[in-house]
Design a protein around this ligand. Structure first.
Ligand SMILES: NC(=O)N[C@@H](O)C(=O)O
Ligand code: NI
Length: 162
């Protein structure tokens, strides 16, 4: 089966987490009016005793058409990806739950000025850079115990084509 790709919007992504963008976001002036603060754009979720990690992921684009084999989830913490090179990328998600149905997979095309924050438990494919090696600021959970479950699809062909 071939999955369709839709543009990333706050509304369409709401079941999976937050979109981090200035477009359509409220702001208020700070620094004596020289700066616009786009405030509280995403919910950082952590379990008790965990801490927030600030990372950079340098992602190499995969080749397309891409056959999606798996998704993963972080059950006890959110994970945010903010592109640093202003390049588009893809976001593949499925709703929280213990089993993932291919029919619930959603593929979004994200602009280079949009970040995403997967809420805890949201199934997602590892980062999908496009066009060139791309850096992402990644904000996620650091702490004791496991925080990454993987789900592998039985279906042999689940294609994303550009
Ligand atoms: N494993 C890891 O840190 N990366 C994934 O969580 C991912 O979403 O890319
Ligand atoms: Ni992840």
């Amino acid at each position: 089966m071939k999955l369709s790709i839709e543009p990333l919007t706050k509304e369409s992504f709401a079941p999976y987490g937050d979109v981090i963008e200035t477009s359509g976001s409220d702001f208020f002036p700070i620094n004596n009016g020289s700066t616009q603060r786009f405030h509280d754009l995403a919910e950082v979720q952590l379990d008790a005793g965990a801490r927030t990690l600030v990372n950079i992921f340098r992602a190499t684009p995969l080749s397309y058409p891409l056959n999606i084999r798996m998704v993963e989830r972080h059950p006890v913490g959110s994970q945010a990806f903010v592109p640093l090179n202003n390049r588009p990328y893809l976001v593949a998600v499925a709703p929280r739950g213990d089993v993932v149905s291919v029919d619930d997979l959603k593929i979004f095309s994200a602009r280079g000025d949009q970040g995403v924050n997967y809420h805890a438990g949201t199934w997602h494919h590892p980062v999908l850079a496009l066009e060139a090696v791309s850096d992402f600021l990644v904000i996620d959970r650091g702490g004791e115990g496991p925080n990454c479950d993987e789900f592998f699809f039985d279906e042999p062909e689940i294609w994303i084509d550009l």
